[in-house]
Each structure stands twice: as structure tokens, then as C-alpha cells.
Ligand binder design. Structure first.
Ligand SMILES: *Cc1c(COP(=O)(O)O)cnc(C)c1O
Length: 368
């Protein structure tokens, strides 16, 4: 069986460093807002190329904190419109609705699976105040044209960089391209913790200061509360693990790119489409999305050949039960992708023999 993501083996490949670091924290006896967290914030900000980094509890909280901080600053208000891709993980949308803001879904480009300039122009209204830019599957969704379009209209760009740590646009990393960015370090992400963790990056000192307060009960100074904040902190164990894994992130991403290139060059089954890649440094292949009108049969075929796959995502947010108010909307490309997407195993430990086996199995798929 080729597993979709062998987290146990991936974790073992960072030993003995992880166990050693965890042991040191136990001995130090300081578990929150300590030196590991402060060092991670500094190192991750430098990696992304942002002035500020605030470590927090998870990727959703990072998204929510950014929007909440803009509300605290009087930049966003109840009901303001935030554009979000119709093709994304629901966290991107929940951060908007849980801040009393209105999501405006934009359909995606059928070749990149991302919101492009055209889709953005179609979704924008005079009430648009922010654009939640999701670098889905690991591919950068920013362009200078989009940046200029938003800046001219005073639209804040909030990057959802949960899937794209290390991806680049003209030598600048995603997470440093918009006004603020949310990062998830969920275990399966390219940079993954061994539990929940997340971060915000931004160049905006006021926003950074508000978020640094908001994520710790709205307080900079113990028992002095300037904001009605929440508790969303990254613990010292996760920070230490992420510091170790960050050192190998570029190497891991390059390995992912090499596997993706091999898939694209060798998969030639007429019943499947491989992703279209414009620039290799703009993609870190958190997910390798195959598209097939026969997705469910293909999935069964691969399962029968001992290959585990995933679907990202089977139901788009606007068709979820919790969002019935938007279920009448249709976004044809996003909805088609939800029927056709199949994610192949792709991670830094995947061997040449395994990729050969996966390619052969995909190419041997026939429809009945
Ligand atoms: C994983 C993910 C999130 C949420 O991250 P968590 O750390 O699980 O809260 C948000 N957006 C996207 C696109 C994701 O893939």
C-alpha cells in the first residue's frame, strides 16, 4: 500500500532532533510564549520576508485574527464584502462569516484552479473591502496586475498561505505579497507541526501589534486588556518542532516539485488532466490535483492497485449545509473541480519506485 501521507515516517526523518528539542523544553519547564516561540517568529518572518510574525494556535485562528484586527482598527465593519474563492477549504470562508463580514465567492480559472484577475474583476463591487487570496494546492495566486487592481481600490489582500509555504512570485514568497497572511502548520501541511499551530505575517506594525494582543486575551501586559481577545497561542513544543522542520523546507519543496514534474511528464492517460504549471517556483505542490470526469472510478482503480488518494474538496463551501443562504449560487468551475479532483500521494519521502508505480497505475486506468 502506498499511503497518501505517511506522517509517522515523515516525522521520523527529523529524528533525533525533534525528541532532543522536546526533552529540552520539558527540562526547561516553560511551555507558552517562551524562547522557542520567539525564535520561531523571528526565523519564519525572515523566511517569508515579512517584518512581523505572530505565532498562534492554528491556521483558522490566523485568518480570523487578521480580519478581527482590521475590525478593531475600524478598517472593516459589519457586513463588509470580502471576496473569497469558491474553490477553497471552508476555513477561508468561516474566518469571514465568523467576523460578521459577507463572503463574495469568486469562481476560479479552469486551468490554474485559482481566482485570476478576470474572476476578481467579476466579483468586485463598491462594497468590496478585502480579498482573501488562497494559494490553493500550493500555487501562488498573486500577480502584479491583481496587486495593483486591489491597491487602486483600497482592497486589503489577505493571503491564505496554509498550503503554500515557500512558494514564490518574482523571488518574493507568498505570505509577503499582500497586506497580511495566515499560515497553517496543521500536521499534513508542507511545514507541519505535530498538532495544531499557525501564524500571521505582515509588514504592518499596527496590525501586528493588535494581533499580538488579540491572540493572548487582548493583552500585551499581564491582566491589562485592551481588546476583547481570544486564547490562540503556539506552544513551545510546536514552535521547536517547526524551527527544526523549517530548515529543511526548501529542500522538501524542491523534492515535491521534482515528483510533480515527473507526474506531469509521464502521466498520459486521456481520461485525466494534470495541472498546468506556469512557473515552477510559484508552486510547492502541497497537493497534486489530477482532474478526471471519471474521478470516482479512477480512485477505485488506484485503491485496487494499492494507492491511497484524497479529494480536495468534495463539496464546495457554498454547497455546505452550514451555508444554506448561498446554496442557490452556482460557480460552474469550482463545482466541476469538486466532482473531478483527485489528489495523488506527493511528499518528500516518496521514492522513485513508488512514483513509477503510481504513474503506471494512472496510465493503466480505462473507462468502461
Ligand atoms: C489547512 C487550511 C486552513 C486551516 O488551517 P488549520 O490549521 O487546520 O486551522 C485554512 N485554509 C486552507 C486553504 C487550508 O488548507
Amino acid at each position: 500500500m502506498i499511503p497518501y501521507l505517511p506522517l509517522k515516517e515523515i516525522t521520523a526523518s527529523y529524528e533525533p532532533e525533534i525528541t532532543f528539542a522536546l526533552q529540552q523544553i520539558v527540562e526547561r519547564g516553560w511551555f507558552l510564549l517562551g524562547e522557542e516561540c520567539a525564535s520561531f517568529e523571528k526565523e519564519y518572518a525572515a523566511y517569508i520576508g515579512s517584518r512581523h510574525c505572530i505565532a498562534c494556535g492554528n491556521g483558522y485562528d490566523a485568518l480570523w485574527l487578521i480580519l478581527r484586527a482590521y475590525r478593531e482598527a475600524g478598517i472593516l465593519h459589519d457586513g463588509d464584502e470580502v471576496i473569497v474563492p469558491a474553490n477553497t477549504f471552508i476555513a477561508s470562508v468561516l474566518a469571514i462569516t465568523n467576523n460578521n463580514l459577507t463572503p463574495i465567492f469568486a469562481d476560479v480559472d479552469p486551468t490554474t484552479y485559482l481566482v485570476g484577475e478576470k474572476e476578481l474583476r467579476e466579483a468586485v463591487t463598491p462594497r468590496t473591502k478585502a480579498y482573501m487570496m488562497v494559494h490553493l494546492y500550493g500555487q501562488c495566486a498573486y500577480s502584479d496586475a491583481i496587486g495593483t487592481f486591489c491597491r487602486e481600490r483600497g482592497i486589503k489582500i489577505i493571503e491564505d498561505n496554509a498550503q503554500a509555504h515557500g512558494s514564490q512570485y518574482n523571488n518574493r514568497r507568498t505570505g509577503s505579497l499582500g497586506d497580511a497572511a495566515a499560515h497553517s502548520f496543521y500536521p499534513g501541511k508542507n511545514l507541519g507541526a505535530l498538532g495544531d499551530a499557525g501564524a500571521v505575517t505582515t509588514d504592518d506594525p499596527t496590525l501586528a501589534d493588535t494581533i499580538a494582543s488579540l491572540h493572548n486575551y487582548g493583552s500585551h501586559k499581564k491582566y491589562i486588556h485592551n481588546h476583547a481577545g481570544i486564547n490562540s497561542r503556539m506552544d513551545e513544543f510546536q514552535a521547536a518542532i517547526l524551527r527544526i522542520k523549517l530548515r529543511r523546507l526548501d529542500e522538501d519543496n524542491n523534492r515535491r516539485r521534482a515528483i510533480a514534474r515527473k507526474y506531469i511528464e509521464n502521466i498520459n492517460n486521456p481520461h485525466v488532466r494534470t495541472p498546468h504549471i506556469e512557473k515552477s517556483d510559484a508552486h510547492v505542490f502541497h497537493i497534486f490535483p489530477l482532474m478526471s470526469a471519471e474521478r470516482d472510478c479512477l480512485r477505485q482503480h488506484l485503491e485496487a492497485h494499492g494507492i491511497q488518494t484524497q479529494i480536495h474538496y468534495p463539496i464546495p463551501p457554498h454547497k455546505q449545509q452550514c451555508y444554506q443562504e448561498w446554496s442557490h449560487l452556482t460557480f460552474p468551475i469550482a463545482e466541476r473541480l469538486s466532482r473531478e479532483e483527485l489528489s495523488l500521494p506527493l511528499h518528500p519521502l516518496l521514492t522513485e519506485a513508488e512514483t513509477d508505480e503510481i504513474i503506471a497505475a494512472v496510465n493503466s486506468f480505462q473507462t468502461v
